[in-house]
Design a protein around this ligand. Structure first.
Ligand SMILES: O=C(O)c1ccccc1NCC(=O)[C@H](O)[C@H](O)COP(=O)(O)O
Length: 218
């Protein structure tokens, strides 16, 4: 089945509309992060989320790790989905379920090596989807996304096979030239990208169209 596409680092209502028109079924709104090119302020996140037409989903990307704080941020943002870009303790994931009933929770795993497989398997029972990305949370200034880098898709495929039917998104350096190989290798439920459809930080309609055209051929 052809993967759904989430366009991330959306920075304005205009970018949101253009991404949806191109074929995106989800949009990513990046809140305060230790690093990265896609961060926008909380007021802009709420403005864009309110303008996203149903059934398009709006993902709030947060690096917070305590349930109460994440739930408060999500309520203020008005988004449909939570994307946790840093590791969150199991007890906090359980608390988040109670605090945000009905809200889809997507946990990011940064694929840094074989240990990432066990990390994904450990969180699988507590989340609605896993998103594999290419950050490096071990750095002094954490990298938690928007790197434009690929990771080892062979490990991503092993994670796909290890977590059973749970939806799996693939992110990290995806672009029109490599998306076909990415889908054939990993067989993800969804694709997520930021830098591959941008020029000088701005969403680029030609790159967007090229990405969806490349996906049509998969
Ligand atoms: O873009 C950022 O600044 C960012 C920072 C911290 C966490 C996530 C961030 N971006 C959101 C995403 O989920 C990206 O789509 C994902 O990391 C892939 O980015 P890219 O490799 O540039 O396609």
């Amino acid at each position: 089945m052809k993967p759904v596409v989430k366009i991330c680092c959306i920075a304005s209502v205009d970018e949101a509309r253009r991404a949806v028109a191109a074929g995106a079924s989800a949009l990513g709104l990046v809140s305060a992060m230790p690093s990265g090119p896609g961060v926008i302020d909380d007021a802009t996140i709420a403005e864009i989320a309110a303008a996203v037409p149903s059934p398009t989903r709006s993902f709030l990307l947060t690096c917070r790790t305590d349930a109460a704080s994440i739930a408060a941020q999500h309520a203020a943002a008005g988004t449909t989905t939570l994307q946790l870009v840093d590791a969150v303790a199991i007890e906090e994931l359980q608390a988040l379920r109670t605090l945000c009933p009905g809200v889809e929770i997507v946990q990011v795993i940064h694929v840094t090596g074989e240990a990432s497989i066990a990390e994904a398997v450990a969180v699988e029972p507590y989340v609605d989807a896993i998103l594999l990305d290419s950050g490096n949370p071990a750095l002094a200034v954490k990298e938690l996304g928007g790197t434009g880098r690929r990771h080892d898709w062979a490990i991503s495929r092993r994670i796909r096979d290890a977590i059973g039917p749970l939806p799996l998104y693939l992110a990290g350096g995806l672009n029109p030239a490599n998306v076909r190989q990415a889908v054939e290798t990993v067989q993800p439920y969804g694709l997520d990208l930021c830098s591959g459809v941008r020029c000088d930080g701005q969403l680029d309609d030609r790159k967007l169209a090229a990405f969806f055209a490349a996906l049509d051929g998969v």
